[in-house]
Ligand binder design. Sequence first.
Ligand SMILES: C[S@@+](CC[C@H](N)C(=O)[O-])C[C@H]1O[C@@H](n2cnc3c(N)ncnc32)[C@H](O)[C@@H]1O
Length: 421
Amino acid sequence: MNTQTPPALEARLGALFLIESALARRGGLDEALSAPRFLGLSAQDRGFARAVVMVALRRLGPIDRILDGKLKREPPAKVRQLLRLGLAQAFWLDTPAFAAVDTTVALTPQALRGLVNAVLRGALRDGQPADDPASLAPPWLLSRWRAAYGEADAMAMAACIAEEPATDLTPRNDTDEELAALLEGETLPGGTVRLRRRGDVAEWPGYSEGRWWVQDAAAALPARLAGPLAGATALDMCAAPGGKTFQLAAAGAKVTALDKSAGRLRRLAAGLTRLNLSAEMIAEDAAQWSDGRAFDVVLLDAPCSSTGAFRRHPDVLWNAKPGDLAPLAAVQARLLEAAAVRVRPGGRLIYSVCSLETEEGEGQLRRFMTSHAEFTLDPVQPGEGGAPPASLAAEGWLRVLPHHLEGGIDGFFVARLARAR
Ligand SMILES: C[S@@+](CC[C@H](N)C(=O)[O-])C[C@H]1O[C@@H](n2cnc3c(N)ncnc32)[C@H](O)[C@@H]1O
């Protein structure tokens, strides 16, 4: 980065780098957050850049609506990104309007400075747009959600896109009753501890002693439905970075953690060490894994579109494409077949995805059931695992929508099947 750039511009250049990466490809934001180009910024600039980009991604729909109304023709991609960041700062962060405008103009190529200045000042004159949930989600996803869940749920889900989520932790020991007080959080039904803290989690109380790990309240549900685990064998088929493996191991299961990504398994291994837990780890494609063992419990938390994870990863909404769903559903179907043969007679299969798209959840399960008479749905009971009451579908599975818990929760589908003896 140019060492002559004044500090206020360094932070905005960092934000530009993040938003360009976030919208270029799936996973781009996470990569950019650990890239030397970003890590080379001061802690203060990193914090500012990240905050601006998260707001810009959470409000991308309304921001683009404003810009589309003001731009007569599409500017170069970099200029649209700068305008998005400028409006995010001016409307939804504490940045004074003049600073948002001046720094945006300063980063704009000379020939377009007049245009950028006029667009931002015009938008500021119009005032902050009223919150309209319908503008927060990409239109194609919103139509799908309307079709799947109806107008009221679709709007309530979309409204969650603008909300900054709390941090959820899973305690290592269910009996750790002091943890919530220690971290000034609240304990949710099921045991998740919810906090409003910000900053580096590694510095929070209890982290280095391995008393908890970060895990959304919805992501903690699948493993909680596994039943008694002390002494049981469990296969976590898409295990990394490991939240569900940690739950299974902490509950006393003998866990085999399989994942095709060796890099992600290294993160799982580091988590196990910190938490003083153990599991067998195997880096392989679960659909091809040749091993004769059958397990008491098989958990398949399958790769998916991740649209349910938009609260912490709003970029997923803008990177997902309609054409992604059929290939992902095909992978999930293959993995479900591979999971089924690993369940011992009398054992349980838990299938989950952090997706709001029904072909990755309900559709997948219905298809599996038609060709696997040896499995029956084992209905989730009301209140089991601390699942929000609204998430329990009549069929007996969980369809967790982001507004089902006050303060929000990730979107998830979770079903439990029992294999005949
Ligand atoms: C939704 S994430 C799993 C999250 C994990 N269960 C947790 O709770 O931390 C999906 C994982 O599936 C892995 N994966 C994708 N395709 C796979 C395959 N064919 N075999 C094994 N793992 C796979 C990815 O590397 C990724 O880590």
